[in-house]
Unconditional design. Structure first.
Length: 199
């Protein structure tokens, strides 16, 4: 259980979202309420509304706080496949570190999705291909993160011990290779469409 603590720093949105994430990590999504959050921060619940509009804003900000842990060094103006591979492998890592956030992150996929779709369309994908690519790579990241959580059985039941152990090991390098295959396959589709339109 996350412990309440007396407030020593000024109340800010960043501090609120950080504490909300700590509560969810420790005690689950159902444990997060405005009353619980205020108590943990050492303030009255009404004080929170000076910094966040409502519960939805709290959820969105907490997801943003989680996503801020992503460490992406690839240049989006360079090889687009290198960039997106790193983004989604990092997203998988962050989701795995915060398993109680997965359902929230799934509900709020639209946050930031528009930027990704615009990016793909700017480098030559049509809307349908951009959407299908985003859907595919998001599903890959979420799937690997979900099955990396120990409490998920990951299809191991009934397997011999050695197979079960390996089947339960959802490795980052496997996720990275699969992401690259998805990205390269969509690049071929994009290039084929370009060539066809020029003929």
């Amino acid at each position: 259980m996350a412990k309440s603590r007396s407030r020593t720093a000024p109340l800010t949105p960043d501090l609120i979202f950080e504490r909300a994430l700590e509560i969810i990590d420790a005690d689950g999504l159902d444990a997060l309420s405005m009353r619980r959050l205020a108590s943990d921060l050492g303030v009255e619940a009404a004080s929170l509304y000076h910094h966040i509009a409502d519960k939805q804003a709290l959820i969105d900000g907490t997801i943003g706080r989680m996503r801020s842990e992503m460490q992406v060094t690839a240049d989006p103006s360079g090889d687009w496949k290198d960039f997106l591979e790193e983004v989604f492998v990092e997203y998988r890592r962050v989701l795995t570190a915060h398993p109680n956030m997965m359902s929230l992150a799934g509900w709020r996929l639209e946050n930031g999705m528009e930027d990704g779709l615009v990016f793909l369309m700017e480098i030559g994908f049509g809307l349908d291909d951009a959407v299908e690519l985003m859907q595919s790579i998001v599903a890959l990241a979420f799937g690997f993160a979900l099955f990396s959580v120990p409490r998920i059985p990951a299809g191991k039941r009934g397997l011999p011990p050695e197979m079960a152990e390996r089947m339960g090991d959802w490795r980052e390098d496997t996720c990275r290779r699969m992401a690259r295959l998805i990205l390269e396959s969509f690049e071929l589709r994009r290039d084929s469409s370009r060539n066809y339109s020029l003929e």
